[in-house]
Ligand binder design. Structure first.
Ligand code: SER
Length: 341
């Protein structure tokens, strides 16, 4: 069987690195990447070609490529986007728009639907206040789609753009033959946690930052209240969900946008787990009101029943398995703590 041509944007980021590793392990993919940064050495040999630079300007490079699948991961995350709003809009929206146009063009011209996988986010939701957040509990895809952040607005709008390009682009009348359109599929991810990399510029970063700091014996000052609760997911589950959605037959999809969830815990739960695993961990709470406000607008948990029904989604890691079977063993190896408590 011939190799599938894949483009991964934002490949030097957290999801990107984990995804490239998994695609390479699976085999059968010719992987091209792009990122503002050079590729980390750990994945360099898995990639056929890396295009470094700003996607908005580099996208024209890709018009000569015959991609079957695009994973568009490049983004400016929520905390960073809030202080550099115009830049965030350019990266998050214009970058996506450029790539959607490319995929739409190729799909129509070569009569082959390009698959376009897009990580959206819990930031697409906006709860008006803590009381409503606590009362709502688990939130479905169509509820509370009133983001409070630039990043959330960008993600929600790009979901809509993706739906437009995969369903309505060309606006053909019902009795005209519709063009072949791209095949857009989005996941609304919770906060993601990797044992190997750290996020930057996000607001759910306090979870992974706290754990990595504790594992290294560093002090950590958590920027949200101890009772702050949102949903999190292990990076291997994030990659699993992306690949499951990629593989799902189009007929099984009742939507183009899916929540995926794993476990919803508080910042205090993180602290307790960190202290139990790394006795002596020094974790305090020093609230950053802007970042607190962002997390308070995100739901406590998200309902992923639609993904479970349509394409059989189920995370491998609940909270106990996340810590005991993934995060702690890996992080101990990483920071050479094997044999410690
Ligand atoms: N983890 C992201 C952030 O904090 C949310 O998708 O920005």
């Amino acid at each position: 069987m011939s190799e599938k041509q894949v483009l991964v944007t934002g490949a030097s980021g957290e999801i990107g690195q984990a995804l490239v590793q998994e695609l390479s392990k699976r085999g059968g993919y010719r992987i091209v990447t792009s990122d503002l940064m050079p590729l980390p050495e750990s994945i360099g040999s898995m990639v056929r070609e890396h295009v470094q630079g700003d996607l908005v300007y580099k996208v024209k490079t890709f018009y000569d490529y015959d991609f079957d699948i695009i994973f568009h991961l490049a983004a400016s995350l929520s905390s960073k986007a809030e202080v550099a709003t115009e830049e965030a809009h350019r990266i998050n929206v214009e970058g996506t728009m450029q790539l959607l146009m490319l995929a739409a063009y190729r799909s129509e011209k070569y009569k082959k639907s390009v698959k376009f996988l897009f990580p959206s986010s819990i930031a697409a939701y906006g709860m008006p206040n803590l009381k409503v957040k606590q009362k709502a509990g688990t939130v479905k895809e169509e509820e509370w789609d009133i983001p409070h952040t630039m990043y959330g607005c960008n993600k929600l709008y790009c979901e809509k753009l993706g739906m437009y390009y995969s369903q309505y682009f060309g606006q053909k009348h019902l009795d005209e033959k519709p063009p072949v359109m791209l095949d857009f599929r989005a996941l609304r991810f919770p906060g993601l946690i990797s044992a190997f990399t750290l996020p930057s510029g996000g607001t759910s970063d306090y979870g992974p930052e706290m754990l990595h700091a504790a594992a290294q014996g560093n002090r950590y000052s958590c920027f949200v209240r101890a009772d702050t609760k949102i949903s999190f997911m292990a990076m291997p589950d994030a990659i699993k969900s992306l690949l499951m959605l990629m593989d799902a037959p189009v007929k099984s999809l009742s939507s183009r946008v899916y929540n995926v969830a794993a476990f919803a815990i508080t910042a205090e739960d993180f602290r307790q787990r960190a202290v139990n695993a790394f006795p002596g961990a020094k974790i305090s709470f020093e609230i950053n009101p802007r970042r607190q406000g962002i997390v308070d607008s995100w739901p406590e948990d998200i309902d992923d029943a639609r993904a479970r029904t349509d394409w059989g989604w189920k995370p491998d890691y609940d909270v106990d398995r996340f810590f005991d079977d993934y995060f702690l063993p890996e992080i101990r190896k990483r920071y050479s703590l094997v044999g410690s408590h």
